[in-house]
Ligand binder design. Structure first.
Ligand code: HEM
Length: 147
């Protein structure tokens, strides 16, 4: 039997690699996560100046984005097109302190919904890498310029 025949004949369970999306618990977990996360963002002194609009839109977008970020359905791209998240964030002053604040809110949200173990570590590491790439201002530049 050739290698590809052997691959094809393997039982389904042996070839199916569970995505991070599936490992964390899919849509339900992501919904609970974004609902736990944004109240913390909107209450964090470092982050409040960046998020003046109502929470509904950003929470909905983050739900779509995290779904595809973790390997689930491509909901964000379907709805909003191909977006480069780094350039989306370029219009905001993101200091190292703000990146850490964002990650602290995310860590607390994960605690709150009881997301644990390897999938949590994996997702948090991916978000940490992204947050650090979004930093575009030096420390100490947190105050917004006067209008
Ligand atoms: C580094 C710290 C971060 C800060 C300070 C930050 C801040 C922001 C702000 C101010 C907005 C716009 C909110 C609005 O339009 O009302 C935004 C949008 C967004 N952020 Fe972040 N963010 C950070 C990290 C991240 C990370 C790590 C991710 C995911 C990898 C992420 C995903 C998104 C998404 C999906 C949107 C919506 C984009 C859209 O308008 O379609 N952010 N962020």
């Amino acid at each position: 039997m050739t290698y590809s025949e052997r691959l094809q004949n393997r039982p389904e369970s042996a070839v199916h690699m569970e995505s991070l999306y599936e490992q964390i618990g899919g849509a339900e977990t992501i919904e609970r996560l974004v609902y736990a996360f944004y109240p913390k963002v909107y209450a964090h002194p470092e982050l409040i100046p960046l998020f003046p609009e109502g929470v509904d839109e950003i929470r909905a977008k983050q739900y779509l984005f995290l779904t595809q970020f973790t390997g689930g359905p491509m909901l964000y791209t379907d709805r909003h097109g191909f977006g480069n998240m780094r350039s989306v964030h370029e219009q905001f002053q993101i200091t190292p302190a703000r990146a850490e604040a964002w990650l602290t809110c995310m860590r607390e949200a994960m605690d709150e919904i009881g997301l644990e173990g390897f999938p949590r570590q994996m997702l948090f590491q991916m978000l940490t890498n992204a947050a650090h790439r979004f930093v575009n201002s030096p420390q100490g530049g947190e105050t917004e310029p006067p209008n």
